[in-house]
Write a protein that binds this ligand. Structure first.
Ligand code: TYD
Length: 139
């Protein structure tokens, strides 16, 4: 299984008027976008996430500010610091994620491959670890 988390450099259009970055279905990213959501006003010291997905693929972008995304494959943790609006973190299904260390004013934009479905989340950490060890999907 080669579908692993990775950082994706997104197009960056420089302009004296400011910069522009875009994402288009199946172009910069390995999926079609069905849904976007974003988290903001995260108080200092709070963490988000704390779940895994059975199906959803995601691309996370720090459109403003800085935060950490911690990924766990059931064996090892890997931390990515996101602080560039032209960089996306691709997360395939099967990885536990937590987001923390939000700088004040940070915005985390998430583009995802499926509509919201609470049944496709794994929110139980022990259940995740059991499934992850079975499937042996390493970061
Ligand atoms: P949650 O999954 O806890 O957010 P995070 O991944 O940042 O920890 O979601 C918080 C609440 O928002 C939860 O009640 C579900 C709801 N929600 C939706 O209704 N639609 C969505 O697309 C998302 C992502 C969450």
């Amino acid at each position: 299984d080669i579908d692993k988390p990775c950082l994706i450099q997104l197009p960056r259009i420089y302009d004296p008027r400011g910069s522009l970055t875009f994402v288009q279905d199946n172009d910069q990213i390995p999926f079609e976008i069905a849904r976007c959501y974003w988290t903001y006003d995260v108080p200092a010291g709070e963490a988000r996430g704390g779940h895994s997905h059975k199906e959803a693929k995601s691309l996370l972008v720090a459109v403003n500010g800085c935060f950490n995304v911690n990924l766990y494959d059931g064996f090892t943790w890997m931390t990515y610091t996101l602080n560039r609006p032209f960089e996306g973190l691709y997360i395939p299904p099967g990885y536990w994620r937590t987001l923390d260390n939000f700088a004040s004013g940070s915005v985390c934009l998430v583009m995802t491959s499926i509509l919201y479905d609470p049944d496709e989340y794994i929110r139980d950490y022990e259940e995740f670890k059991r499934l992850a060890v079975e499937s042996d999907r390493r970061i």
